[in-house]
Design a protein. Structure first.
Lengths: 98, 164
């Protein structure tokens, strides 16, 4: 039963990775990152349940909280980029390209 | 099949379907709504794993908080809300390949890994135990988390405020 949860989490992680790699919009990339972090949480909770140990839950709780902070700062950065460059297409944001 | 297996199958299908919706939706706004569905489905998985408190936190923080912020960000940055633009970049082929390889590798390891048998008897993982652990063994990370929240809040407000 644990392996089923782990496989579901792996599939969600891969889908999120696909989103991060293929989305043009910076907000879309952030959504992909959300999916990947979510998949990690499923793994943590599944292992916590399998071992009957509370630590996995605590890690998942911290991950959820840190993700929320990350999204707030990330979206603020996206809004700043939009204000300066009038676009959030990741392909057009090449200021740091060597 | 047992009831738990049927529940897992239903919730997993809902989760995978809405996850695909997140990355494939043509309209970014629909993508966020699919994300909300995926996060609620994840809360369903947490319920199946007897993590009721985490399921509640997931719905409140993720499906409530994150989705609301993302909707606001989209409305602020999309000049044409509702318009269907080309959302994929040129790397769709590569993206699919990389995602498939990552999933294949993880799945291979998971399927072949020897897992210890589940302990029998009453599980020690309860919400009461979680609360006790959070305020005894994990109290320092817990407080640091509060500091992180204040820092993120101030940082987000500072970045997004309108210059005078």
């Amino acid at each position: 039963m644990l392996k089923a949860y782990l496989l579901v989490a792996a599939a969600v992680f891969a889908i999120g990775l696909f989103g991060v790699l293929t989305r043009r919009n910076a907000v879309g990339i952030l959504l992909g990152i959300e999916l990947m972090l979510n998949a990690v949480n499923i793994n943590l909770v599944a292992f916590a349940w399998h071992h009957g140990d509370i630590t996995g839950w605590i890690f998942a709780l911290f991950t959820i909280a840190i993700t929320v902070a990350e999204v707030a700062v990330g979206l603020a950065i996206v809004i700043v980029i939009f204000r300066v460059r009038r676009t959030i297409e990741a392909d057009h944001l090449t200021l740091l390209r060597g | 099949m047992t009831g738990e297996a049927i529940g897992l199958l239903v919730v997993a299908l809902a989760l995978l379907g809405s996850s695909l919706g997140v990355v494939l939706a043509k309209n970014l706004f629909h993508s966020v709504l699919w994300l909300a569905a995926a996060l609620v489905a994840t809360a369903g998985l947490f319920l199946l794993l007897h993590a009721e408190f985490l399921a509640a936190a997931q719905v409140l923080l993720y499906a409530g908080g994150v989705v609301t912020i993302v909707v606001f960000a989209i409305m602020l940055t999309e000049r044409l809300v509702g318009q269907t633009l080309r959302q994929m970049n040129r790397g769709v082929g590569w993206g699919t390949a990389v995602a498939a390889v990552v999933f294949g590798t993880i799945a291979l390891v998971v399927v072949r890994a020897p897992l210890p048998p589940a302990p029998v008897g009453e599980s020690a993982a309860t919400t009461a135990a979680l609360g006790r652990a959070l305020l005894t063994d994990w109290v320092l990370p817990f407080e640091v988390l509060g500091v992180l929240f204040v820092a993120a809040l101030l940082g987000a407000v500072y970045l997004a405020r309108v210059e005078e």
